[in-house]
Structure formats: C-alpha cells, structure tokens
Design a protein around this ligand. Structure first.
Ligand SMILES: *Cc1c(COP(=O)(O)O)cnc(C)c1O
Length: 434
C-alpha cells in the first residue's frame, strides 16, 4: 500500500490539500475516510485555490484530454496518469424542438446517456474514485449501487485491473444486472432496498478494508460530479447558464455541480453570477422534494416505490445540502408521478432523439412542470442534465410504446401496412382534437 502512495506524493502538481468537515471545518489527512470524528459531518476535499488560479487557464484546460481529466487540477488525485476511459465531454445539445414544445427558448440537454464506458453520469464519479483508490493502495473496490454505479464500478475496475465486488438491490432492472455481470465482478444482490444495501455496505467497509467508492472513498468520488458543471460552462463558451435542472438521489450530483460552478468563478475562469438550481425526484421516492415543499431543513427518510430506481434513495446523505443550494439560488425541487416519468422519456425521445432512462424521464417531467408553473423563465438559458440511458430500463416502457408492423417481404404487404399506419396517425390526431 505504501509504495503506490509514496510514488504519487512525488508529484508536484497536486492541487488538493486535505479533507475537511462540511459542518465543523475539522481537517483530516486525505485518506479513505468520509465522516468527521468530531461531529459526524460529511468530509469534503479542499483545494489550494491560489495554486489553481496560477496554474489553470481556459487554454490549459482546452489543451487537455477530451475527457473529465482536462480538469485534473480540480480533481482529488495526484497522478498524472489517471484512469482515462474517455469519460466525460459528453454532448451539450441545443434542444430546440423540446424547447418549442414546452414554450421556452434557450434549452440545452447535457447528454450523459452517452457517457463512457457505461452510459451514465456515474462513469465520472467512478473514474475519479478508482484513480484515487489506486493511489491509496486499494486492490479491491466495491460500491452500494442503485444500478448505474455497479455498471461503472465493475467496468472501470476491469479496465484498471482491480478486484471488484458490488452490492445491488435484488429487484433491479435486467439491463443493469447484465450490464454489471458482463465485467465479471462478484455481484451481491441484496434482498432489500437501496438504503438497506447501503447500511450493509457500511458494515462491510469497516471489516474488509475495501475501497467503497460511495462510502469510505465518497469525498473523492463525489468530486467527479463537478465535471458536469465544468463541462457545461466550457461548452457554453466559458459562460454559466441561468438555470439548471438535475435529478436528485442522494443529492450529491446536484450539490457538486454547484461546487463546480463556484470553483470556476473563484479562479476566474467564468464571470460571477447566480445560477438557479432546480432538482427532480419521483413521487414514489421524494424525501428531498417533500422537505423543500414543506419548508423543512431536515429530510424525513421514506421507503422507495417508483420505476425510477436509479434515483430511489429513501435516506439521502446530501439531501439537506441540496435543499440549501436550491433555496439560496432561487431554484425549486419538484417531484412527478411514474406516468409522468414515462411521458417524460417519450417526450425527450420524440423531440430530441435521446432515449433516457427513468431518471432522465423524471428530470424532463419536472422541467415541464416547472415551465408550466412559471418557475422557469422562457428566456432563461436552461440546462437539463440527462444522467442515464434508456436501454438499461426497457421494462419501464413495456405497454407504453407502439409495435412494429409485421409484413411479408412483398411490396403490396408493405403498402397495406403503410395505409394502416396513416389511419392510425389520423386516429391519434382525432383523439388529440376531441
Ligand atoms: C446515481 C444517479 C443519479 C443521482 O445521484 P446522486 O446520488 O444524487 O449524486 C442521477 N441519475 C442517475 C441515472 C443515477 O444513476
């Protein structure tokens, strides 16, 4: 373990300093630890911002790799050879057709449905966590997952040659289970919900000395989400948007996009401005939205029951911080029903050609709800974060999409089917009109 650590401390380019308690400010060495021993608050990575201001320019970033590692000085690793599997720099798409449908003007989709290597935003956090895990000398990595995290951890561990054991709730979508097993990690399907999986993993982390990306490596892992903020700022031409909408599970992603924007302001890469932060949850697991609605600054845990499994965390670790960010930026936190989530998935697919999973359907449905309630200004530059891929949650769409016309390999069979399809179109129009 010491060997790897010693090699990396030679690096002169480390810009992160240590871990600091988000509540009481107590400082800790940058090891595999995540809870303050004084007040039990969460630990967060702190940086030398003076060094960052001296070292980093728009040009130096643009000259970096076409991945999250172009922002390496803002990430909590020392090595100049991070695990780079092409994660990040996903498209920021101007969503004109969706915008028109909703009645707004300047809408963008940050499309992490096509992130590498496993088609979700989790590839960002795992690339960072496993790079740091190697620096800290871990040979086995693990996670408590709602699905996408297991995919990412297993895939990137395979690439990095790390042993891997992941924990998932037993009732996950087939695509998420297969998308983990294919990399041959050890998979524990736990008979319980995510919060029970997480509790079990906390015990395992204490007894086995493994690197759990979202438990003892959580301070490093969560920093990876800042790149969703950095990329949007760079892709908008080094400008911040007016408003962002993102899904909330633990609330980490949401608060880290905020931290990313703040850091770019702090080191002078973008102009200071307030970006409004709005968050999305599913009605069937909406502890953060409920607290926001009721004006509480604490989150009451709930038992999840929704098709949006990837964001179904009943006891969200960063819930209160997410509420704080939404409040101080003038944003909102809303939730939507499962049928609205399905509609959201279809709306994004039909208008923009992007097939997202249930988490993305949740985000689009909340976007729609916020626009209809006048909580998004039609002229605001709004960025919506699509965090996962629809091919992984196909069962959610069963019974909600059309069927192909089965035809004989003959022209007249095709012509009859085409006529029928036109009739169906007309019928749909009639339904719309009545
Ligand atoms: C994990 C996940 C999120 C949210 O994660 P946080 O715990 O809030 O950081 C959002 N979307 C998808 C698809 C996810 O897998």
């Amino acid at each position: 373990m010491t060997l790897a650590t010693e090699q990396h401390t030679q690096s002169t380019s480390a810009t992160f300093k240590n871990l600091q308690c988000k509540e009481c400010g107590a400082e800790y060495e940058a090891k595999a630890t995540h809870v303050c021993e004084v007040c039990f608050g969460p630990l967060e990575v702190s940086y030398d911002y003076d060094a960052l201001r001296r070292q980093v320019t728009r040009e130096s970033i643009a000259a970096g790799p076409n991945s999250i590692w172009r922002y390496r000085p803002f990430l909590p690793v020392m090595t100049d050879n991070p695990i780079d599997v092409g994660t990040g720099m996903t498209p920021l798409v101007k969503a004109n057709r969706l915008a028109r449908r909703l009645g707004i003007k300047n809408l963008y989709i940050k499309n992490d449905a096509v992130n590498m290597p496993t088609l979700s935003f989790k590839d960002r956090v795992v690339s960072v966590a496993l790079t740091r895990a190697k620096e800290l000398g871990f040979s086995t990595v693990s996670c408590a997952s709602t699905g996408n995290l297991a995919n990412s951890t297993a895939a990137i561990a395979a690439h990095a040659g790390l042993d891997c054991c992941v924990f998932i709730p037993a009732d996950l979508e087939a695509g998420k289970v297969l998308g983990t097993l294919i990399y041959s990690p050890t998979v524990m399907a736990v008979q319980g919900n995510y919060d029970q999986v997480n509790r079990l993993c906390c015990e395992v982390a204490n007894t086995h000395g493994w690197g759990f990306v979202n438990i003892n490596l959580r301070p490093y892992y969560s920093e990876g989400s800042k790149t969703l903020g950095f990329e949007v700022a760079e892709q908008l031409g080094w400008k911040l948007p007016d408003h962002i909408v993102a899904p909330l599970a633990s609330g980490s992603l949401f608060t880290k996009i905020y931290k990313g924007f703040q850091e770019f302001i702090k080191v002078g890469l973008v102009e200071d401005k307030t970006v409004r932060f709005s968050g999305a949850q599913a009605d069937g697991c909406s502890p953060i939205a409920q607290a926001f609605r009721e004006g509480r600054d604490f989150v009451k845990p709930v038992k999840p029951n929704t098709i949006a499994k990837s964001i179904a965390i009943g006891n969200p670790a960063d819930g209160i911080y997410a509420i704080e960010v939404a409040k101080k930026t003038g944003g909102n936190i809303e939730s939507v029903s499962d049928p609205e989530i399905i509609e959201g998935i279809k709306l994004l697919a039909e208008t923009e050609g992007i097939f997202t999973e249930t988490a993305g359907g949740t985000t689009i449905a909340v976007l729609k709800k916020l626009v209809e309630a006048g909580k998004i200004d039609p002229d605001e530059t709004t960025v919506v974060y699509i965090t996962g891929n629809g091919l992984k949650t196909q069962e959610a769409m069963q019974g909600y999409i059309g069927e192909p016309f089965t035809i004989e390999p003959k022209l007249d069979s095709f012509e009859r089917a085409l006529e029928r399809s036109h009739t169906l179109d007309r019928l749909e129009w009639q339904q719309v009109l009545v």
